[in-house]
Design a protein around this ligand. Structure first.
Ligand SMILES: Cc1cc2nc3c(=O)[nH]c(=O)nc-3n(C[C@H](O)[C@H](O)[C@H](O)COP(=O)(O)O)c2cc1C
Length: 318
């Protein structure tokens, strides 16, 4: 069935976009644990228009990960429209998301991401032009405002022009990652819009997620950082119980994730995998030594040695 935001059933649990992290291996692992929708890492519309091959690699996915929403950032609506057409033709994602929230200096300097929140008229015109030129599922991910919660009128205008869904990271741009995500303001937004609103920021467990889902019209939650540390958070959402993989299952997850990396990017697989091993190994008692090994794995041999050590120290004892 074709994906449409207005057909999704509450609650949906979404893997959020993380540059260099939400690529095919993590998409697959989170899908395995039950993620309902996947957002790709953001990619530059300018890079897409210039057919940058590395950029296409970042948003690669297979039909098993669907629905997949490709997130784009840019400063020119013309580039965004062209990029959507190019990606549509190549990989036909289930929708596109416009990044209007990234506060990273290199993005803002180029008048992309959260730079648009400094001028709501400009943000509106930008999104409107894209909407007028693309009929598919089009969503926006943003923050509460630049230094206070004042984004709601803009979001209402987005709804009027046919934007299909909104994800809100409940912080202002100036907050970057300081403080707590303000879920209350997200609920206020959700209760004033008819289109799906997705709550994002600081969701780390199933209990909080389900509690927040009861508070308003929000359609779902998006999880980014915690999905990197414990992708089984999606399983927890579904079973509505905390979940602690056994050492044996952790090894299975580590092997699977490594396999996906080797399939995706053989050259960088071991180095990329280091990003995940640290938190996967947290689950083992006295994990310090294992984590020391994990931060320097470079090849299959290093990886096998790590597994041997785990096997020797933790699995053979049972
Ligand atoms: C390493 C990293 C990369 C990120 N990259 C993106 C991105 O490409 N696009 C985006 O909209 N948000 C990006 N974010 C923001 C997250 O998707 C999310 O909005 C934020 O981390 C709050 O949610 P969380 O508490 O569940 O992580 C990134 C966050 C991190 C930590």
């Amino acid at each position: 069935m074709k994906f449409a935001w207005n057909k999704i059933k509450k609650p949906v649990f979404i893997l959020g976009p993380m540059s260099d992290i939400t690529t095919l291996p993590l998409m697959k692992i989170c899908k395995y644990f039950g993620a309902d929708i996947i957002f790709s890492s953001m990619v530059s519309s300018h890079a897409v228009v210039h057919e940058n091959q590395k950029t296409f690699k970042i948003i690669e996915f297979t039909k098993k990960e669907r629905p997949v929403i490709v997130q784009l950032f840019g400063s020119s609506s013309e580039d965004m429209i062209k990029a959507i057409k190019i990606i549509e033709k190549k990989i036909k994602p289930d929708g596109f998301d416009i990044n209007l929230g990234c506060p990273a200096p290199k993005i803002v300097k180029n008048m992309c991401g959260s730079a648009f929140l400094k001028d709501y008229n400009k943000a509106f015109e930008f999104v409107k032009k894209i909407r007028e030129n693309y009929n598919g599922q089009l969503s926006v991910k943003t923050r509460l405002g630049v230094n206070k919660f004042d984004v709601l009128p803009l979001l209402k205008k987005f709804e009027e022009i046919g934007i299909d869904a909104i994800t809100i990271h409940g912080r202002t741009v100036n907050q970057k990652y300081i403080g707590k995500s303000d879920w209350k303001s997200i609920h206020e937004i959700a209760d004033q819009l008819k289109i799906p609103v997705i709550l994002n920021g600081d969701i780390v467990d199933q209990k909080t997620a389900h509690l927040e889902l009861k508070k308003s019209n929000i359609k779902g939650v998006m999880v980014s950082r915690m999905a990197m540390q414990k992708p089984w958070v999606f399983k927890e959402f579904k079973i509505k119980k905390d979940y602690y993989p056994s050492n044996k299952e952790l090894v299975k997850i580590i092997k699977l994730h490594m396999k996906y990396y080797l399939m995706y990017n053989k050259n960088k697989a071991f180095i990329e995998m280091r990003k995940f091993l640290g938190s996967y190994l947290k689950g083992f008692n006295h994990a310090k030594e294992l984590r020391k090994m994990a931060v320097s794995i470079n090849n299959q041999n290093d990886f096998n040695n790590l597994l041997k050590k785990i096997n020797h120290e933790y699995l053979s004892q049972k």
